[in-house]
Design a protein around this ligand. Sequence first.
Ligand code: UDP
Length: 239
Amino acid sequence: AMYDHGRRRVVLKLSGEAFAGGDQLGIDPGVVQYLADAIASAVAENIEVAVVVGGGNMFRGAVLSESGMERGRADYMGMLGTVINCLALQDFLEGLGVDTRVQTSIHMSQVAEAYIPRRAVRHLQKGRVVIFGAGLGAPFFSTDTTAAQRALEIGAQAVLKGTQVDGVYDSDPHRNPHAVKFDRLDYNEVLTRGLKVMDATAVSLCMDNALPIVVFDLMTKGNIVRAIRGEKLGTIVCH
Ligand code: UDP
């Protein structure tokens, strides 16, 4: 029954950067409200939405470890940071009357449920938004890889990677005015050309399991709902 469901089910990956809005650090309430509004509209359309939340606005393990901190510990700091974003999103969603559950890979029973895949699926079937925090609970992974893994485990049809650009380009569109956007890409092309979609672990996990990735601009109004519905936008990475 985990995979046998009639409704559309997606995993939306929200980077920590998004939560910070224009700032580098912390949480911009206006942005979290915007994200919650969009997710609420999609849920109202009867689509099952799980969210994997990043933590780049708090800590990134790789960056912290450059200053001499042990990588594993730094990564746990990063994972804990994602949970703060999860609680913010949960709060704004519940403010809109949307039922939510936060499930974390690191146990913290006062603030979140433990990650239990079958329970996550039940929540989704009941129309609740499930927000996954603390990544995979293991250092040296990313929340992008988490999004791919969760999507596979709960039988979602796609990973929707919301970013600050409207798709994948052959070079950085902020630096190169002649950068060309791809509408569709093959996983192998992403990996061999080193295109910035998700990290290689995440992309190869999607490739091995034929899980489509949709890369789109989060902050363009209407995009989140369109992506969740499965409308064509941004760049799709598939076979
Ligand atoms: N992290 C980790 N294992 C995971 C997921 C995340 O160690 O499974 C740590 C890692 O240090 C990472 C930080 O949490 O830098 C924040 O996650 P991420 O960088 O993926 O957030 P985003 O880029 O999406 O904001």
